[in-house]
Design a protein around this ligand. Structure first.
Ligand SMILES: NC(=O)c1ccc[n+]([C@@H]2O[C@H](COP(=O)([O-])OP(=O)(O)OC[C@H]3O[C@@H](n4cnc5c(N)ncnc54)[C@H](O)[C@@H]3O)[C@@H](O)[C@H]2O)c1
Length: 246
């Protein structure tokens, strides 16, 4: 899959899955812009890939708007791909729904749900201008099978799936494709809270048994960002080695 000449923004790309996606897109020849709230880590990741780094707080509408202005300058006003990967994914698992703080629940929705909407809204004019814009939203299969002790996150990822379908209809007339990827529980730092025994259960429950690493998601994301992926618009794709089927 080649993405030469395509300007692609990946949010939450400082580390974890976002950084892995960025590595893969850079190898495919994309012209990459990485954005994250973690500035030092994000700059280091971008520098290693020859990408541009832009700071953003997805929980802050003004920060997203400022990012879009700079993005327009960098890309000459045309963005081919947006990967809405940035999210609060670390530090919120393993807590029963009765014990989650209301502030935490609200913050997770603000960043993961509202941030995805506002980032897509800010990028929409640039995606239209490219003539073949693609949006890939990062969902999670935890919202499909109902992972316990993760209520704020699961709620946010369910909303991301629903928004994907709605955005696909609104942006389809402009030939912009919107899809979501729903990975399984990966071997990233954000899932360190999951006990080893449970990781083993997930691994054994997959049609293709074994742990799943972030590098197993990237080819699908690259394809969804390509010109040929428009017919998949609106789809939520579980990319989880067959743990749960859509
Ligand atoms: N790791 C998994 O098992 C898994 C499974 C399914 C889906 N996902 C999704 O993949 C994405 C990446 O997850 P990860 O495991 O790499 O987690 P992570 O916590 O390592 O990475 C999340 C990234 O988002 C950034 N971020 C957080 N809040 C932000 C904000 N307000 N503004 C801008 N950036 C912000 C972080 O700095 C970080 O770089 C998330 O959307 C997550 O929900 C992860």
């Amino acid at each position: 899959m080649r993405l030469d000449g395509r300007h692609i923004l990946v949010t939450g790309a400082a580390r974890g899955l976002g950084a892995e996606i960025a590595r893969s897109l850079a190898a495919a020849g994309a012209s990459l812009i990485l954005a994250d709230i973690a500035e030092d880590e994000g700059r280091a990741t971008a520098e290693a890939l020859g990408a541009t780094f832009l700071p953003v707080d997805l929980g802050d509408p003004a920060s997203i708007e400022a990012l879009a202005v700079t993005l327009s300058d960098i890309t000459g006003g045309a963005l081919h791909g947006l990967v809405n990967n940035g999210a609060i994914a670390t530090g919120i698992g393993g807590i029963g729904f009765e014990d989650v703080e209301i502030e935490t629940f609200d913050l997770v929705q603000r960043v993961n749900v509202r941030g995805t909407w506002l980032m897509t809204r800010a990028a929409a004019p640039l995606l239209r201008a490219s003539g073949s814009g693609r949006v890939v939203n990062m969902a999670s299969d935890t919202a499909l099978w109902g992972a316990p002790n993760l209520i704020s996150y699961v709620a946010s990822k369910g909303a991301v799936m629903a928004m994907t379908r709605s955005l696909a209809r609104e942006l389809g007339p402009d030939r912009i494709g919107v899809t979501a990827v729903a990975p399984g529980i990966l071997t990233t730092e954000s899932t360190d809270y999951v006990p080893e025994a449970r990781h083993r259960l997930y691994a054994e429950g997959r049609a293709v048994p074994g742990p799943q690493g972030p590098e197993e998601i990237t080819d699908v994301v690259a394809f969804l960002l390509s010109e040929g992926a428009l017919t998949l618009t609106g789809q939520v794709l579980p990319v989880n080695n067959g743990f749960v089927f859509s």
